[in-house]
Design a protein around this ligand. Structure first.
Ligand SMILES: NC(=O)c1ccc[n+]([C@@H]2O[C@H](COP(=O)([O-])OP(=O)(O)OC[C@H]3O[C@@H](n4cnc5c(N)ncnc54)[C@H](O)[C@@H]3O)[C@@H](O)[C@H]2O)c1
Length: 468
């Protein structure tokens, strides 16, 4: 694998050029693509859902889920790494499932998987630079596509995914698993039940010290060790702004019905200088190692503020280089009370105007957690925890995806959610590079947010799965 500095910089230059360092212009969207809005689009039921998985690192969330869910079959897999392919074939055999067709041996083998007539859904868990090319190719090959986070990085890429999805009437979903976290779904339920009142403000984040992983060498023999070809470090060295927006933001958009009753309006973004990345590399690697003097564009802490058209505010932070405990913050406040996470706490007024000056005691918070647990968690939470994957949320995401496709339902996250959550990567970078100037956020729904109904109950009827 490329641990050579020249090769590394070649890749970094490619990614930097792709973003044209924040000089991209916004493609205006007028009217829907040929096929119409995807806001509530549903295809025919896929009683047997045939899945092709590209990228078998994080793609294991899909492997575990689809191998376990009735009516699903992983018919094809693709990766460059032999160890990861073997691990996936072993897991599939252990689950008693048929062996999938393997595509490997070249960087464009994923095209063959997308063209495979035995694939209905392309599940894409590759490095960031492959997200948009694979999604576009898969839709053009007639497939529905679900892509890991972030699914795109620029406003133009987001419009291209929206227009292609509309024109071809293919799902283009982002795999934002944090929307299905237990506390996130508890918060969603409290919002739906009006316990927090009218929603006013939310805070989310991706705070995760990834320094050692960013700089670690990929080990081809074992398939892992660091990120493949330093894809994350290459992106971070070339960019400022929040380049991983969706883990904190996705659940907040569900609480606030963004694209289904509300809409982003504009943002400002402010970033600290970079103090941690380069210092880490200097301490961790000797002077003759290319990593020792590597320049990193990304500041350590990025803070983005979003105003919605209905007047709410959202704060989203990104920090993958400071020595801090993991947090997605996950705080939602309303006219009656609030829920905070990391750790989970909750409070609301007993009567209007009484105030919520301190959080409820732990016992009461625990009672609330049990009483108001989201129906999906009440129904499938135990199974999800056994299946694992970030405490069960990975499995619930895959379960809902499979359930909706098997039963001809719209997906929980549509292409407009993908676009509005992901375009913030470029817009936050533009703001940072312009002294935190305000940036308009496109309305990818082109006004449909005013009439699209909020997400429904999100439960799953296990009796309606795998009836092929
Ligand atoms: N939602 C989450 O909680 C979560 C967690 C981790 C990663 N992710 C996302 O998942 C994606 C992958 O992350 P990861 O940690 O698995 O990265 P990774 O570097 O561990 O794995 C990437 C895999 O892609 C393969 N690959 C690279 N180029 C390829 C090509 N041309 N054709 C086929 N395979 C190719 C590599 O061999 C490797 O197995 C990223 O987008 C990341 O943001 C999401």
């Amino acid at each position: 694998m490329n641990t050579d500095r020249r090769e590394f910089l070649k890749g970094a230059a490619w990614m930097g050029a792709a973003a044209a360092v924040v000089g991209c212009s916004t493609t205006k969207g007028f009217g829907f693509g040929d096929g119409g809005s995807m806001a509530t689009y549903a295809d025919k039921p896929f009683k047997k859902l045939r899945v092709g998985i590209v990228g078998l690192g994080r793609g294991q969330a899909g492997v575990t889920g689809f191998n376990a869910i009735p009516g699903c079959e992983i018919t094809a897999i693709c990766d460059l790494n032999a160890a990861r392919i073997k691990r996936t074939l072993d897991a599939t055999a252990k689950a008693g499932r048929p062996a999938p067709k393997v595509y490997t041996g070249g960087p464009e083998e994923w095209k063959k998987l997308c063209d495979d007539e035995n694939v209905d859904l392309v599940y894409n868990a590759t490095p960031w630079e492959l997200h948009v090319p694979i999604a576009l190719y898969a839709m053009n090959a007639g497939k529905h596509v679900a892509t890991e986070v972030p699914s795109a990085f620029t406003v133009d890429e987001c419009w291209e995914l929206v227009k292609t999805s509309e024109r071809l009437q293919r799902h283009c979903m982002q795999l934002e698993n944090c929307c299905y976290g237990e506390i996130e779904m508890l918060a969603l339920n409290l919002c739906r039940l009006g316990k927090l009142g009218d929603l006013v403000h939310a805070e989310g984040a991706y705070i995760h010290d990834l320094r050692s992983y960013n700089y670690a060498d990929w080990n081809d023999a074992t398939g892992g060790g660091g990120y493949w070809d330093f894809w994350r470090l290459r992106h971070n060295t070339a960019h400022k702004g929040n380049q991983y927006t969706t883990h904190g933001l996705g659940p907040i958009c569900w609480y606030m019905d963004v694209n289904r009753g509300d809409c982003f309006d504009y943002l400002v973004s402010l970033e600290s200088n970079q103090f941690n990345f380069e210092a880490y590399a200097k301490a961790a690697f000797p002077a003759d190692n290319w990593k020792h003097n590597l320049k990193v564009e990304m500041g350590d802490m990025n803070t983005m503020l979003i105003k919605t058209k209905k007047g709410r505010s959202i704060m989203i932070q990104h920090d993958v280089s400071s020595p801090r405990p993991y947090s997605r913050i996950n705080t939602i406040t309303g006219t009656k009370g609030l829920l905070c996470d990391y750790p989970y706490r909750v409070a609301w007024e007993d009567k209007p105007g009484a105030g919520a000056h301190s959080f409820f005691a732990n016992e009461k918070a625990e009672e609330i957690r049990k009483e108001f647990m989201h129906p999906l968690w009440k129904q499938s939470g135990d199974m999800a925890k056994k299946m694992g994957g970030h405490g069960g949320m990975d499995f619930l995401m895959v379960l809902r995806l499979a359930y909706c496709l098997q039963n001809g339902l719209p997906l929980d996250q549509n292409v407009y959610d993908l676009a509005s959550w992901c375009c913030l990567c470029e817009l936050s970078e533009k703001s940072v590079r312009n002294r935190s100037a305000s940036m308009d956020i496109p309305d990818f729904t082109r006004g449909a947010w005013k009439t699209t109904a909020p997400l429904g109950d999100l439960s799953v009827d296990l009796g309606k799965m795998g009836l092929a």
